[in-house]
Design a protein around this ligand. Structure first.
Ligand code: NAD
Length: 508
């Protein structure tokens, strides 16, 4: 909080921004080879901020080639782990030094409230990179229990060239979640940011070079998903893709891999997350605070948003009135005003999608308890906190990921019914349960099919805990924690014969 500036100061920074608009490959900014560009728009005003290089297959190919060259030369992959750690920590310091500029750049391109960019996204980005940097020289490989006649070593080696394809909802933080462990493990990386939000990833790559991460190790190719994203997914020189985005596009990366070089694929996808509040939950004021935060934070454009409130009928009315009171405190408006909690919706397409779901909720018979009306103001597209009561499990708003500030309230009469309803979804990313009974807490947490279950709070854990999904919410791995580090490595067995009699050893 103390790090916040005034709206006037943020607007002054916005006016003075130097915008990175071209690809960053092999340590240099360069236009797309085909010369094409696309507009990036400020969702709060509708104004074009800049024309960004629209990279295509030949640009991706160059970035992968340079990443491979850097990897083979060993300038990063074989750099001593202590030196890699120091370079990554220098990057963290540069991010901190440039945090106001990065926060404003993120806000004007995505519509996110500056309050969140400054107090969540920037500190979390630094923390993530620092955490993985610190792990670089503290991870040991294994010696296997293989007897006196052999020495079995299990060693981690970097994968090679890793492609990171990320969404627009946390543009900088999602890049950090990927490149932190990927670079710490010694890989070369090519990032494809979402087309709505390219600039902070480009600036980050520039800062990485300044921090001493060698040219070619971190490259950024902005562009469309179908062109730049697909080219990366299909490239035979890419060893792994780490993707965050929709399940629909995640599936495509599995196909790209199957049809090219069987590159490793890790997917973090969507969610329709339940918040289960049992009848013995304590302190409903605090519960209401968590419920509101979980669904309205980042305008609900959050894969771990608890967009389904599953509440016991005995306490439903009391809890709902408290949630509505909290939700009314969430101010929606101009993103560079630090007193606003919700900013602009990232794009017309996303705005129309959320409005469509709100209309469907009304048509299918859910009751609007709050909000429900889109706001178009000063060229910006806004949706204030919206709460639907009386939602039933078959309604579309109870089933589809809306990715907007829309809460669906559903009522149950028992713990079993709550668990069944929580699991009645194709997703399984995150869930929260509120109860004062410790046995119930454990039982429900184990029964819910989700990668993260929080008890008596909303959250995603922290950098020490793996984050990812069951069912259609994920595939192949986890972000965060040392599990993330491991997934950017190949595992190699080295078997050394120590026996006196080589024939005996061979027969074994
Ligand atoms: P998206 O799937 O449309 O786009 C994600 C990325 O994929 C973008 O960079 C995009 O350009 C690229 N892409 C799009 N089409 C492509 C194609 N045909 N081939 C290759 N690449 C392509 O997702 P989005 O709209 O940017 O983000 C919203 C989604 O992301 C939601 O479903 C949300 O739940 C999910 N998400 C998940 C997590 C998580 O950790 N599980 C975190 C944030 C967002």
């Amino acid at each position: 909080m103390s790090d916040l500036l005034t709206q006037d100061e943020y607007e002054a920074i916005a006016r003075d921004l130097t915008l990175p608009t071209t690809a960053f490959v092999n340590g240099r900014f360069s236009a797309a080879k085909g010369g094409k560009t696309f507009e990036t728009v400020n969702p709060a005003t509708g104004a074009t901020i800049a024309e960004i290089a629209a990279c295509e297959a030949e640009d991706v190919d160059l970035a992968v080639t340079k990443a491979r060259e850097a990897f083979e030369q060993g300038v990063w992959s074989r750099m001593h782990p202590v030196e890699r750690k120091h370079a990554l920590i220098r990057l963290v310091k540069l991010i901190k030094r440039n945090r106001y500029e990065l926060a404003v750049m993120e806000s004007v391109e995505s519509g996110k409230p500056i309050h969140d960019c400054a107090t969540i996204d920037l500190p979390e980005t630094q923390h993530c990179l620092e955490w993985h940097a610190e792990a670089t020289d503290k991870l040991y490989d294994q010696v296997t229990p293989s007897g006196d006649d052999a020495l079995g070593l299990v060693v981690r080696e970097p994968m090679g060239v890793v492609g990171c394809v990320v969404p627009w909802n946390f543009p900088l933080m999602m890049v950090a979640w990927k490149i932190g462990p990927a670079l710490a493990a010694g890989n070369s990386v090519v990032v494809k940011p979402a087309e709505q939000t390219s600039m902070t990833a480009l600036r980050l790559a520039e800062l990485a070079l300044e921090a001493g991460i060698p040219a070619g190790v971190l490259n950024v190719v902005p562009g469309m998903g179908e062109t730049a994203g697909q080219a990366l997914g299909r490239h035979p020189g890419v060893d792994m893709i780490s993707f965050t985005g929709s399940t629909e596009v995640g599936r495509m990366f599995l196909k790209y891999s199957a049809e090219s070089n069987l590159k490793k694929i890790v997917l973090e996808c969507g969610g329709k997350n339940p918040c289960v509040v049992l009848d013995d939950a304590e302190n409903l004021d605090a519960v209401a605070e968590h419920v509101a935060y979980s669904v309205f934070w980042n305008m609900g454009q959050n894969c771990s948003s608890n967009s389904r409130l599953i509440v016991h009928k005995k306490i439903k009315d009391e809890l709902l009135s408290k949630v509505l009171a909290k939700a009314r405190d969430w101010r929606t408006g101009y993103p560079l005003d630090p007193s606003n909690n919700l900013g602009a919706i990232v794009s017309r397409e996303q705005f129309d999608k959320i409005v469509h779901y709100i209309d469907l909720g009304k048509k299918e018979g859910a009751l609007v308890a709050l909000g429900g009306e889109p706001i178009e103001n000063g060229g910006g597209l806004y949706i204030a906190p919206t709460v639907f009561d009386g939602v039933t499990p078959e309604m579309t708003i109870a089933r589809d990921e809306i990715f907007g500030p829309v809460l669906s309230v559903m009522t149950v009469g028992s713990v079993d019914e709550a668990v069944d309803l929580a699991n009645d979804t194709q997703y399984g990313l995150q869930a929260s349960v509120f109860t004062s009974n410790v046995k119930r807490a454990h039982r429900v947490a184990r029964a819910i099919q989700a990668g993260t279950v929080t008890v008596n709070c909303y959250g995603e854990g922290d950098m020490t805990t793996p984050f990812g999904g069951y069912k259609l919410s994920g595939f192949g791995g986890r972000d965060n924690s040392l599990m993330a580090h491991d997934q950017y490595c190949e595992t190699k067995t080295i078997w050394i014969d120590l026996s006196d009699d080589p024939v005996d050893q061979a027969v074994d």
